[in-house]
Design a protein around this ligand. Structure first.
Ligand code: EPZ
Length: 437
């Protein structure tokens, strides 16, 4: 298990450059499976989620080259079934394998999906995914070590309505419907910028997809798709993470590659809290302009709301705001576990089961600790912490960097699931730390 010993209390200052979004790139790689010809994906970060998806694609015969400058070539000319035992070796490592279902059913008529992994931030069921796939005509068999799927009568377009605008289930529909026979109409779709970018990729491949108002997406199935050449949308979660790191450590970070449009909701909140930013052509400079930070009341939501992935790094900055902040988490029922470590470091945070500060959500009355009240400012003290998940782990690192004294943060390899060259970036920002395996 890798660990970082970090001496905090020093502002992070400098520049980081970010690449394509983890939550787009991995799906775009799966989309390449649908093409008859090779694809090129640009700005692909070197993160472990990309490595896992690469290995799974390679097991299915896709040739992959990922050059140092982030250009990935994917050649699906020889797609073939993989051995269950080899696929199973990846059980528990990621959530992306569930998105292989549609493309593999189209290419091979069958699919085997290992047990899923991903961050422990709620139950994260896959019932919508299975429901969607059944509507297309897939037959699903749940085995002890994974799921086997077949499509004896082929995949046919369907009318689908999602009970909640799930990102993954919307992607499942897109990746399955583009080559299904006939028309698919999806209502209740997620419309995150990463989904819009996936739609652009599928359109480049030859798909016919229209996004209507009120979360309706229509897809006209086509018999064949080609490869694509696409530069991935930047990682707005990573951009927001570094922005919060600048605020919490009273520093200044230029995030190269960040863009205003996809972050406008975050930028509004950042400004309300007392952070400052400057939009430039090639990125955004985030900084603490001095003075007190202000508390905020907000709820996380699906796009165009405030993203759940931004919540964790923001909470660290809010421990430094003067007054009471309230955050109502409405996307995941269990995403405040990371605050225990912040409390251990001196933060005053209380977690409630009630829906606080906003509209009632689907977690109200169900005993889920999904609202947080943060009282600040509190001086953070060093502590020994174990990283629990990707965004929570980043937040712990930021807390340790803002805290007085020397903290030991273990299990930091989890952070590399979503943050490319994380240690190098910390060094570039002047952080005082040592790393050991
Ligand atoms: C994606 O997860 C992202 N992951 C998450 O990022 C992100 O937080 C989330 O979307 C919301 O934006 C990837 O893209 C790999 P969902 P996903 O389906 O697709 C419930 C990060 O840190 N649900 O939109 O798995 C679910 O439990 C990660 O980068 C069902 O009930 O999220 C959750 O409460 C973490 N049944 C809600 O929907 C289902 O079958 C939203 O989940 C599917 C989802």
């Amino acid at each position: 298990m890798s660990q970082i010993t970090v001496t905090g209390g020093k502002p992070l200052v400098g520049r980081v450059d970010i690449k394509g979004a983890k939550n787009l790139v991995t799906k775009a790689m799966v989309a390449a499976l649908l093409g008859e010809s090779p694809s090129i994906l640009r700005d692909v970060p070197f993160i472990s989620d990309v490595e896992i998806v690469s290995r799974l694609l390679q097991l299915h015969g896709v040739k992959i080259e990922h050059s140092a400058d982030g250009v990935m070539h994917l050649d699906p000319s020889n797609v073939a079934s993989a051995r269950m035992i080899d696929i199973d070796a990846h059980a528990g490592s990621s959530r992306i394998p569930i998105l292989f279902c549609g493309p593999l059913l189209h290419r091979l008529g069958e699919a085997f999906i290992p047990g899923l992994g991903g961050c422990h931030i709620g139950d994260r069921p896959i019932d919508y995914h299975f429901e969607v796939l059944r509507k297309f005509g897939a037959v699903i068999e749940e085995l002890e070590n994974g799921t086997r799927l077949s499509a004896p009568k082929g995949l046919k377009g369907a009318k689908i309505s999602l009970p909640y605008p799930s990102v993954g289930a919307t992607e499942q529909v897109l990746l399955t419907a583009t080559r299904a026979q006939g028309i698919t109409e999806l209502t209740g779709a997620a419309i995150e910028p990463e989904i819009m970018d996936l739609i652009s990729i599928l359109q480049k491949m030859g798909a016919i997809i229209s996004v209507d108002t009120d979360r309706v997406i229509r897809i006209e199935g086509v018999a064949e798709l080609n490869g694509f050449d696409h530069r991935a949308l930047f990682d707005r979660n990573e951009a927001a993470s570094w922005a919060c790191a600048a605020l919490a450590t009273k520093g200044e970070i230029f995030v190269g590659g960040a863009r205003q449009q996809e972050m406008s909701m975050f930028l509004n909140v950042f400004r309300k809290v007392g952070g400052a930013f400057e939009i430039q052509d090639d990125g955004i400079r985030f900084y603490h302009p001095g003075g007190d930070l202000r508390p905020v009341v907000l709820e996380t939501d699906v796009h165009p709301g405030f993203m759940t992935d931004w919540q964790q790094p923001l909470v660290v900055a809010l421990t430094q705001a003067k007054g009471l902040s309230i955050i109502h988490e409405t996307v995941y029922e269990n995403r405040f576990g990371f605050t225990d470590a912040l409390v251990q470091m001196g933060a005053q945070i209380q977690i409630y089961r009630e829906c606080l500060g906003g509209t009632a959500c689907r977690f109200g009355q169900r005993n889920f600790n999904h609202s947080a009240v943060i009282s600040g400012p509190t001086e953070l003290k060093a502590a020994d912490i174990r990283v629990p998940d990707l965004r929570g782990g980043f937040s712990h690192m930021v807390a340790a960097l803002a805290a007085q004294g020397t903290s030991v943060v273990t299990n930091v390899q989890l952070i590399s699931r979503g943050y490319e060259h994380f240690l190098q970036k910390l060094t570039d920002l002047g952080a005082d730390f040592t790393y050991s395996e």
